[in-house]
Structure formats: structure tokens, C-alpha cells
Design a protein around this ligand. Sequence first.
Ligand SMILES: *Cc1c(COP(=O)(O)O)cnc(C)c1O
Length: 356
Amino acid sequence: MKIHNFYAGPSILSEYAIQNTADAIINFANTGLSVLEVSHRSKEFQAVIDEATELVKELLEIPEGFSVLWLGGGASLQFCMLPFNLLRNKASYIDTGTWASNAIKEARLFGDVDVVASSKDAGYTFIPKDFVIPSDSDYFHYTTNNTIYGTEIRHDPEAPCPLVADMSSDIFTRKIDFSKYNAIYAGAQKNLAPAGVTLVIVRDEALGHVDRPIPTMLDYRTHIKKGSMFNTPPVLPIFTALQTLRYYKQLGGVPELERRDLEKAALLYKAIDESNMFTGTVSDPADRSIMNVCFVMTPQYKELEPSFIDFCKARGIVGIKGHRSVGGFRASLYNALPIESVRVLVEAMHDFEATH
Ligand SMILES: *Cc1c(COP(=O)(O)O)cnc(C)c1O
């Protein structure tokens, strides 16, 4: 039976990336060795990280003056590493979910943090729209896609200071105006690679302005200077990231990925909106994420939620259980998910509703 993978993270990767990784685990670049056992300083691995870096620049159209880094520690390490390097006096953050609030907590260790708005009291069911970003902020941090709550900011906000963004769960789904940014980071395990590597894109000129000493490993300049090879980088996730990036390029790059993602999300939201049994959890449809679609059963059907999960499992649909803080269902429609899987889920929703 074909399995339809809606996990939120780690999550679906393309068959292309998985097959090429499987092959390289046996024989990497005709070395006769596994990619698991070669030196990160070998010329074969150097070629991998170089090509991956170039493809990130090409696919995201990153201008001169930015460095692309491959770091360990997950997106969560960036919650502190970023203010360590970029927060001089004061930064502004918007609180749109668990990840945003984790980032705020860490930033407070480094200076004044102005939380310009929060939708916490409403269970993070919408993106606050009316807020003022103080112009003396070193940067404005936002989470582009709130993986847990299914809300998304799909544009580069206007701000009187540089932007900084956690794009862990929707990078490579839209064009980014880098002129507005000082940094972007993304844990790889949603739209790029297995867990273990974090992509960081940082403006070179934004570095070197804080007074505090920065531990060597947490200083972006260390990793820029050493081409992400100051210490052993996460070799295998970087190898798989390269495969994903090649696959993205073959498909037609970010514009084509975005077209597909919009189509997949529209299909599922339409099914939710037309249903009497299912309902979306995001209060303003304009805030709906195209990556993580969150929905629940309406009150009169609520107790059927566990049986719908079993019903789906019997059809090969996995990973749709909602995050424990939201409940219900979450279908993650990352770039590697084929529209066919969304069709299968929509059909399961129709069939389940028809028989109950
Ligand atoms: C998953 C996720 C994180 C956490 O990533 P880790 O790599 O586990 O630290 C942070 N931000 C967002 C938006 C996420 O989706």
C-alpha cells in the first residue's frame, strides 16, 4: 500500500532525495565508501557542501553580501545564537506561537525585547495585524510559518529596521526580498533534509557590532570564515539537502514549488470549508498556512476524531494527528508531498463523513 506522509517534522522527503541518499550510504561518489564514513575534508564532501550552498543561493536568489551556513543545534539553537550575534540593545519580536515564544525567551538573555503583538490569549489562532515596531530595534524577528497552529505570514513585513525570520517550515515556498533581511534560519527537517542541520543565511555587514564576547562555536563569523567546517558539520543531512535542492531545481525552482503548494493547500481547505464534519482552527482565512493545515471535528462529531485517524491509517494516510496543544488534525503539505496524497486525504474525509 502506498503511504501518504503528512508528518509535521521530521517529514516527507522526495523519493529522489531518499534514493540518492540510500545509494550514497552504500557507495558515495564512487569512492567505494559510505557517505557515513568519509572525511568531511575529503574533496568529494567539499563538492557536496559547495554545490548545496550554491543551489541555496540560486534557488532563493540571495544577493551578494550574505553568507550561507550549515550548522548543528537545530532551529532552537538559533533562538539564542542569533541574538548573541545581532542584538545590541533592543529587538522586536511578534509572538505567533510556541516557536516564536521560545525565540523571545532566549532573546531576553541578550537585551531588551519588545513583543509588539501576541495572539497567545486566542490560542494563536490568528496573526496579529495591528502593531508598531519601534524604529530603534536592532531587528524585527518573526516566524514565517507557525507549524503547530497552521498560521503563516507569506510576505516580508514592512519594518523600520532589518528583518530576521525563522523560516523552518516554509522556506523554499516563496520568493524572499533579501534587501529587508539581516538573517534567516531554518531547521532542515521540514522542507529540506533529515534533522541535524540548520540552514542560516546572514548578512555579513550585520555582524561584529555587539560588545559582548561570543563563544567561538556560537559566533557566525567562525563558521563563515571556515565555510561551515570549523568543526565536523552534519555530513549526512547536508548530503540529503543537496539532493533536495537538486530536485527543487529540476522541478522549476521556488516559483513552481509555490504554485504546487498553493494548489495542494487550496484543495484541502476547500474540502474543510465544504464539510459539515470538519472545520478549520485558524480564525482568519487570510492567515492560513499552506504548509500545515490544522482542522478539527465540529462539536457534534468531536468524539469521532480518533476513529478518523484509524480510518485514515487503513488507507495509508499517516501523520495527521494534531499537535497536542491544538488537538484534532494537522496535515503537513511540505514541498515533497505529491498532490495525489492530498487527493487521497480529501477522499477519506468525504467517505468518512458520508458514512457517519
Ligand atoms: C520545528 C520548528 C522549530 C524547531 O526546530 P528544531 O530544529 O527542532 O530546533 C523552530 N521553528 C519552527 C517554525 C519550526 O517549525
